[in-house]
Design a protein around this ligand. Sequence first.
Ligand SMILES: [Zn+2]
Ligand SMILES: [Zn+2]
Length: 239
Amino acid sequence: MGEVTFLGTGDPLNGERMQTCLALRLALGDVALLDTGSGTSTLAALSRSRLSLESIRHLFITHRHFDHAGGLAPLLVALTALPEASLTIPGVEDWLGGRLRWNKLSPGEAITVGDAEMTPFEVVHGIECVGFRVSQGGHTLVYAADTRPSPNVVRYAKGADLLIHEAYGTGEDAEQAHNFGHSTAADAGKAALDAGAKRLVLTHLRASRFADPTALEVEATSVFGGPVEVADDLGVFDF
Ligand SMILES: [Zn+2]
Ligand SMILES: [Zn+2]
């Protein structure tokens, strides 16, 4: 069984939550991060979680928006100070000398990190952006990243144990959500339904005055018909 910790669950301007970052537990206590949050939000979240900075060995970034990639520089600086730290980042230049390795990622091609197989897939967000299908111990997690409704999410989330999907707002916000390259809670529910996912978790939330987490959960549940939860910072989910 796999375990994922939400180190950040907010959109770029949500002051109530930290920005998007997921931590995936690998064999031997190693951790892979999916996205880096922004600024020092991920460092702050790590210090409040059960995960250590030293345990981060792999880093995957879905796209260049600052709420996903903006935590990279502080993270590398923090790791540089730890003599035992090393890191593999697909597609990022060498900042830690021989201790940092980087690998090229190609959409649709799986790579292996520890006991997990990670397959990036293209989504539709207005700039180059990928989601990830993670297979670990016979279980599957799919992180759809930032995307408007995309057939690729349904395709790669087929039969997933856990689908992690963004939710910009409810159906009332559909036009704006889609224009900005995002999805509504109903879109997330439809993706989970069409993919036959077992469970849906919503993340990347706007501030609560713009998007009420309970309303998002209700809307996604009404479309999906399966279990739906809204992630909170430091929330831990098995898959
Ligand atoms: Zn984005
Ligand atoms: Zn984002």
